[in-house]
Design a protein around this ligand. Structure first.
Ligand SMILES: C[S@@+](CC[C@H](N)C(=O)[O-])C[C@H]1O[C@@H](n2cnc3c(N)ncnc32)[C@H](O)[C@@H]1O
Length: 474
């Protein structure tokens, strides 16, 4: 006979004893900012341990060459010792809590994340990142991560390993910074989506995975036909909460389309919905139309008593056609929540249009390839915060800054953007150089300033946040 679990009170003694031991022995990964053992992190570790153990001795594990080294990188204290966060204009600064400006940190985001607390102790409610996809494509930034050892005829050895080693320490620092009610969105495509999902599950916990959104990048298979005659036209955005129990998307507005009031019911617009039972329950009885006297037998979703009351209260619509089926009236105002759920297929957001819009912002010069579409970013931000900090530590051309500024302008929100971008030197033939821009962070800054110049001229007081630029020095 298998051992029975200990009674509950003994189990809680065991939990207390375990916490007591862990208080002095737990590794840093299991502790929060105050050094206490974090029960969520502990649960994650136990989940992983349970996966790894099997009666046959086989184990499940997610590992790559360099993982251990990558795990050891992320101590903020060490990173802070190796670098400094300074204002680009040389002025002294103190942490500002709440943060009273937008910020751009020019430098490697590993150090930027480690210094975040020097900027503010207000934690970001949203992190959106769009890391290099590791496609090896020719972008103005490096998009290929692999070591030089190559097995003949196969993918470069370590392609995924190098990318994961870039991501792991940064995602871990990001997780620790994220507010308890916060969410992180990560854009990705097929090249690394599988790796990303596993590393996010490990860091944030499977239970905090909220959704894997899919969005269409193009509508049709235009251009040179690919070898297999199939063209991928979607990307992903993985969404994880810091704590799924503390986070909810805002949802989308319930649309009144489809609700009418042909009988001028004082309870307002309604639509008819089926009232047939959808489960196997047998609730078969006959109801009578009080006007025509026609009788309808069915397996109903309501009890006879409830349905009789509904008929008396004019909540049932009887069909004009005797072959039809009675339906219930669902009033628009009866929904307790005016917002409704949305689906993970987010639709089509043109990447071509996004590139052209950015080009127009920069006087017709194509300064950056494939910036993320504004409508997509604004949708994601509005789903998660009205007034919080939005952190993007792979800022690129600064699409997130524009989205934050545009969302605030549209809904009066007070979101503040904190962007990080390393000063990657632009190729000698990069179009952006025509405008005197030499690094990617020059592009980020220029775009940020252009957006603010337009938006802040229409806004004053709260919400017209200025931009402060910081640098990481070593
Ligand atoms: C895919 S792009 C982001 C594009 C951006 N979402 C947009 O719409 O313009 C990734 C960016 O991350 C930057 N990046 C890569 N590694 C970085 C690092 N360690 N620290 C800071 N930025 C980095 C690259 O220079 C590149 O600009």
């Amino acid at each position: 006979m298998p051992d029975l679990p200990a009674p509950l009170e003994e189990q809680s003694d065991t939990a207390a004893a375990l916490l007591h031991v862990l208080a002095s022995h737990a590794p840093a990964e299991l502790r929060n900012d105050r050094g206490e053992v974090d029960p969520e992190a502990l649960c994650c570790a136990l989940e992983i341990l349970a996966e790894q153990q099997s009666p046959t001795g086989e184990g499940y594990s997610f590992s790559w060459p360099g993982k251990q080294q990558a795990q050891q990188i992320a101590s903020p204290a060490q990173l802070q010792q190796q670098s400094r966060l300074c204002r680009a204009d040389g002025a002294a600064f103190q942490p500002a809590t709440p943060l009273d400006h937008h910020a751009l940190i020019v430098g490697d985001n590993l150090f930027g994340l480690a210094h975040y607390e020097h900027l503010t102790s207000e934690q970001p409610e949203v992190i959106y990142i769009d890391p290099p996809y590791n496609t090896g494509g020719s972008m103005v930034y490096a998009d290929s991560f692999h070591d030089k050892r190559r097995a003949r005829g196969t993918e470069p050895v370590g392609k995924h390993a190098s990318w994961l080693s870039l991501m792991l320490p940064r995602l871990r620092l990001a997780r620790d910074i994220l507010a308890d009610n916060g969410v992180i969105y990560v854009s990705i495509d097929d090249t690394e989506v599988a790796q990303l999902r596993l590393v996010m599950d490990e860091l944030f916990g499977v239970r905090n995975h909220l959704a894997t959104f899919v969005w269409e990048t193009k509508r049709a298979a235009r251009g040179v036909p690919p070898k297999h005659l199939v063209m991928t036209n979607h990307e992903y955005v993985l969404a994880y909460a810091k704590h799924a129990s503390h986070f909810q998307f805002r949802g989308v507005e319930r649309e009144i389309d489809g609700f009418h009031n042909p009988d001028e019911d004082p309870r307002g617009p309604w639509r008819s919905e089926s009232m047939k039972a959808t489960d196997r329950r047998s609730n078969v009885f006959t109801i009578t139309d009080p006007v025509t006297g026609r009788r309808y037998t069915g397996n109903w979703a309501f009890t006879q008593e409830t349905l009789t009351a509904m008929i008396a209260d004019n909540r049932v619509v009887f069909p004009a056609d005797p072959q039809g089926t009675p339906r219930q009236k669902k009033f628009f105002d009866s929904y307790r929540n005016p917002r409704k759920a949305f689906v993970t297929q987010l639709g089509w957001y043109s990447t071509e249009a996004a590139t052209k819009a950015l080009q127009r912002q920069f006087d017709g010069v194509r300064v950056f390839d494939f910036p993320k579409p504004q409508a997509l970013l604004q949708f994601l931000l509005k789903q998660a915060t009205d007034n919080g900090i939005v952190l993007d530590f792979f800022a690129g051309s600064g699409s997130t800054a524009e989205a934050v500024v545009a969302c605030n302008a549209a809904d009066g929100g007070n979101r503040r953007a904190v962007l990080m971008q390393q000063p990657e030197i632009l190729p000698a033939d990069a179009a952006a150089r025509q405008l005197g821009l030499e690094t990617i962070s020059d592009i980020t800054r220029a775009r940020f300033e252009r957006c603010l110049a337009v938006s802040n001229s229409d806004r004053s007081g709260t919400g017209a946040w200025p931009l402060q630029v910081y640098e990481i020095t070593y």
